[in-house]
Design a protein around this ligand. Structure first.
Ligand SMILES: [Zn+2]
Length: 121
């Protein structure tokens, strides 16, 4: 390759120009591009998976993870719809989970009242 500063030719494996010392390696730039190809995509996928699982398994815990991961993905610069979908699913799962728990508590209270009044058994 040729040095961009002084134009002298160096071997392709050289990191610095032998004549002027300018950094000419392309290796680092390529690595940076590859690592930033999909910023936050891992978090977006995690958010979506937790958001979906939050509906059918452990609602509140997985829903919170979905919201946190979706937010992280956006902070890392991920702009795809997966992060938004994960966050929305997370919030929906969280609200449904809380409503579900409230209903269970009400059910237990009603059951307790009925049992204590001798209406059941
Ligand atoms: Zn040079």
């Amino acid at each position: 390759m040729f040095c961009p500063k002084c134009g002298s030719q160096s071997s392709d494996n050289t990191v610095f120009c032998a004549y002027c010392g300018t950094r000419i390696s392309k290796r680092e730039q390529v690595a940076n591009v590859q690592s930033q190809k999909h910023p936050g995509e891992g978090s977006a996928v995690a958010s979506l998976v937790c958001g979906i699982l939050g509906f059918c398994t452990v609602p509140i815990i997985l829903s919170i993870i979905a919201i946190v991961q979706g937010d992280k993905a956006k902070k890392l610069g991920y702009t795809g719809g997966m992060a938004t979908a994960g966050t929305v699913l997370g919030w929906t799962g969280l609200i449904l989970g809380i409503i579900g728990i409230i209903f269970i508590i009400i059910y237990i209270i009603i059951l307790g009242i009925l049992v204590s009044n001798g209406l059941l058994g």
